[in-house]
Design a protein around this ligand. Structure first.
Ligand SMILES: Cc1cc2nc3c(=O)[nH]c(=O)nc-3n(C[C@H](O)[C@H](O)[C@H](O)COP(=O)(O)O)c2cc1C
Length: 186
């Protein structure tokens, strides 16, 4: 029999089933002003709809720990109380539906401040329009440098990283190495 709808227990955490939602950036938070990085109605609806559908675990999209750590200026953040309160509205509803809320926290490092993917080729957002950092890559923590030199994916990663216009064209962006992200239940 399928275990899909069976609970899964990890230490003190029990998730009601095995239908889990991975983090998926919406790039839909205000980039500036008092609501910068705070979840909006868009985010509430996005996550609440999956919770009402019975999703056991929802891991909220990559959420930055500081303004300059955002992949794009439209990322969620969790560095101030306004953001925390906005998250509370979402987590309270998820819990009311029996869903376990999780979050992926991250810092995009030197490759932060990329524009939203649907804006076309990846490009840096200038400081004049909420950009925070210039994208100087590669970073020593990319997968290309962690892999052995003989590894084919290492060679292809190095050659693709040679063009700045190609970096960040896919998920995960080069900035989100495993060292810079963490997925946790909240
Ligand atoms: C629109 C979109 C946004 C995503 N954003 C994130 C993200 O914020 N963090 C992350 O680790 N992965 C992100 N991903 C990758 C997904 O979490 C997931 O790993 C990927 O879609 C592969 O899932 P699958 O193996 O179930 O197909 C994103 C994927 C999509 C399609």
């Amino acid at each position: 029999m399928s275990a899909l709808f069976e609970p899964y227990t990890l230490r003190s955490l029990t998730i009601p089933n095995r239908v889990w939602m991975p983090p998926m950036c919406q790039y839909s938070a205000p980039p500036e002003g008092p609501q910068t990085g705070a979840p909006q109605d868009w985010h509430f609806t996005h996550y609440a709809a999956r919770a009402t559908g019975g999703t056991g675990l929802i891991i909220v999209e990559a959420t930055a720990v500081s303004p300059e750590g955002r992949i794009s200026p439209y990322d969620l953040g969790i560095w101030n109380d306004t953001q925390v309160e906005a998250f509370r509205r979402i987590t309270a509803f998820l819990k009311s539906q029996g869903t376990v809320p999780g979050i992926q926290i991250g810092h995009a490092g030197r490759k932060a401040s990329t524009d939203r993917p649907w804006k076309g080729a990846p490009r840096s957002v200038p400081r004049s329009t909420a950009g925070r950092a210039s994208r100087r890559a590669p970073s020593p923590s990319t997968s290309a440098t962690r892999c052995r030199p003989s590894c084919p994916s290492s060679r292809s990663a190095r050659s693709s990283a040679s063009s700045p216009t190609q970096r960040g064209a896919r998920w995960p962006p080069a900035s989100m190495s495993p060292r810079s992200t963490a997925r946790t239940a909240i």
